[in-house]
Design a protein around this ligand. Structure first.
Ligand code: BEZ
Ligand code: FE
Length: 328
């Protein structure tokens, strides 16, 4: 047995598959390389994977041809992707960030959650969701005192036919007035500016929060460099995240974007949709503020949004309709 890990290397080289049963011409011209690979891809057993690999190869090779890519440029790309991978830790997902800033996350989400009959649209989930949000009662606060300007969030959850959905589980999270999520503080001891609650028997929900603030997505890694190279900013307009789950319904992953934000029309991760832009109503009424439970009273902003969920059945039907349209 040779020294070191050379036996592992051999195991990695041969996967046991024999050579193909057909002859391939020697790849001595660029187009033969593409044609040979496409022929090899035909051996893929799963029809869906075969289709995906075929289209991937077609577009990847077309990209190289169309850009007349130099060896140095390709190496730069490889080293860039290597650094994207190396930047990932259990708390930092640079690969998803890359997908986000290239609009791929938003595109995949749009295709998978087509707009249906008045249903609330999706928005990007982002990396700041955590599972440890505390349960809050209706009307309670998801933010500890002093985290920002008071905001009350309320609405009703219903089906596309207008039937209220009781007991839906809402998870919600946002930045504080500094534009930071709780997980971005190194001294975080407990979840803050996030919570989990249930709609009441009439599908209604309401909770206290703070006005979120626009913030930069992490710019200290290779994705940040890419944005700079493209002359793009790394800002997200202020927003409040929300997911809603109820048995028999497609899970909604969305966010609300208060109007007037400077970054609204150029969100660096393409999460804003017109239907998700909201007007924050200023309620300048001390009594009303105290009635809603804001300890210091004064005034607060009101975010009202009625959410409409699609059933799993409706979701499946719309998805297959989109698939059919794409095939034509
Ligand atoms: C967010 O909204 O939390 C987010 C989404 C995509 C990338 C970075 C942050
Ligand atoms: Fe966010």
């Amino acid at each position: 047995m040779p020294e070191g890990n050379s036996s592992d290397v051999h195991a990695a080289v041969s996967n046991g598959n024999p050579p193909p049963e057909f002859e391939l011409p020697y790849p001595d011209r660029p187009e033969v390389i593409t044609a040979n690979l496409l022929k090899l891809v035909e051996q893929t057993k799963s029809p869906r994977n075969r289709f995906i690999f075929k289209v991937l190869v077609k577009h990847l090779h077309q990209f190289v041809n169309e850009t007349d890519l130099t060896t140095d440029e390709w190496m730069t790309a490889i080293l860039f992707l290597t650094r994207v991978g190396q930047k990932c830790t259990p708390l930092r997902q640079e690969m998803i960030l890359l997908s986000d800033v290239l609009g791929v996350s938003a595109l995949v989400d749009s295709l998978n959650n087509p707009v249906t009959g008045g249903a609330t649209e999706n928005s990007v989930l982002g990396p700041f969701y955590t599972e440890d949000a505390a349960d809050v009662e209706l009307g309670d606060s998801i933010a500890s005192e002093g985290k920002g300007e008071y905001m009350y969030v309320e609405g009703q959850i219903s089906t596309t036919e207008g039937k209220p959905i009781p007991d839906a589980i809402i998870e919600t999270w946002e930045t504080d007035a500094n534009g930071y999520y709780d997980t971005q503080y190194t001294d975080r001891t407990h979840p803050d500016c996030r919570g989990r609650l249930r709609s009441d028997k009439d599908g209604k929900y309401g909770y206290r929060a703070v006005v979120p603030v626009s913030y930069p997505i992490p710019g200290d890694g290779p994705v940040g460099e890419l944005l700079l190279a493209m002359g793009r900013h790394n800002m997200r307009p202020n927003h409040l995240h929300m997911t809603v789950e109820a048995p028999g319904f497609n899970k909604l992953v969305t966010a609300f974007y208060p109007e007037g934000d400077r970054w609204l029309s150029s969100d660096c991760v393409f999460g804003v949709k017109k239907s998700l832009v909201v007007n924050l109503k200023e309620i300048n009424n001390d009594e009303e503020a105290r009635k809603r439970g804001f300890p210091k009273g004064g005034s607060f902003k009101l975010l009202s949004f009625d959410l409409v969920l699609v059933t799993e059945e409706q979701h499946r039907a719309t998805r297959s309709q989109v698939d059919e349209e794409l095939k034509q």
